[in-house]
Design a protein around this ligand. Structure first.
Ligand SMILES: CCCCCCCCCC(=O)SCCNC(=O)CCNC(=O)[C@H](O)C(C)(C)COP(=O)(O)OP(=O)(O)OC[C@H]1O[C@@H](n2cnc3c(N)ncnc32)[C@H](O)[C@@H]1OP(=O)(O)O
Length: 219
């Protein structure tokens, strides 16, 4: 396979296609604090053994809070613009399941340029559990998919995952820092070949490869 990663000179402006775009700096700290609070709440609710009367009260209180916030709702497809210094603009969805800053279910995974690809750290709590004490395999696939897609995007070649292959090498524990790495390994016409790993204590617990198919941009 030949590596001929040629960043696209100019990607189209998503607003021309009807998407709303949010800059990272436009997300208020207060919303990020609320997201962190709800993330804690999800973990707490998942594990609570509170008695039914207390649960009814909390449920009613949360119903009020939900109604209070529901009045002003962002478009589900809103894009987040990340503009790394010296690199191409990168777009992801604001509520991306793995990396969206406003999604309380997202761990979140924050990836930065490193060693010709991307690298980030993430810790997954009990809500990402599959087997006892271990991360759910579907979530590991989601982390890898995100890292793989982000690697293509960071190289100026955003696309959709056409094919994803995951190998689970070792059990991946909850509640410990995991390192996620990814990179482009080759291109062929619209196909971008990418690979990624998840490590705990330096040991690979899961690895994946994908074929990302670059967006077919209308002329
Ligand atoms: C910073 C932001 C980072 C954001 C990261 C996001 C990460 C998350 C990424 C995702 O999860 S994306 C969501 C899951 N994926 C999808 O929903 C994709 C669904 N599939 C499709 O929409 C289409 O099948 C697809 C766009 C992938 C391809 O359709 P096209 O009609 O545009 O392409 P076409 O079928 O002409 O194929 C183009 C090339 O890709 C190849 N290809 C297509 N499907 C393939 C496949 N499954 N496996 C391998 N190669 C494939 C195809 O053979 C061909 O190769 P050649 O150039 O060599 O002829």
């Amino acid at each position: 396979m030949t590596v001929e990663a040629q960043p696209v000179a100019g990607l189209p402006d998503p607003t021309d296609f009807g998407f709303s775009v949010v800059r990272e700096s436009e997300i208020p700290d207060e919303l990020l604090a609320l997201v962190a609070r709800v993330r804690d709440l999800v973990d707490t609710v998942a594990h609570t053994e509170a008695d039914p009367a207390e649960l009814r009260e909390v449920d009613a209180a949360l119903a009020q809070v939900t109604e209070r916030l529901a009045g002003r709702r962002r478009d589900t497809g809103a894009l987040l613009l990340h503009q790394p210094a010296g690199g191409p603009a990168e777009y992801g969805t604001v509520t991306n399941l793995v990396a969206g800053p406003t999604n309380p279910v997202a761990p979140p995974l924050v990836l930065a340029h490193a060693d010709g690809g991307l690298r980030g750290e993430v810790t997954l709590n009990g809500i990402y559990q599959g087997p006892p004490g271990l991360v759910h395999g579907g979530w590991l696939a989601a982390l890898l998919d995100q890292a793989l897609g982000a690697a293509a995007s960071a190289a100026g070649m955003p696309g959709l995952t056409a094919n994803l292959t995951v190998d689970y090498r070792r059990p991946t524990p909850l509640n410990v820092p995991l390192t996620v790495t990814s990179r482009v390994t080759g291109t062929e016409r619209r196909k971008v070949f990418v690979s990624a790993e998840i490590r705990h204590d330096g040991e690979v617990t899961a690895e994946g490869t994908a074929v990302m198919v670059r967006l077919a941009i209308p002329e």
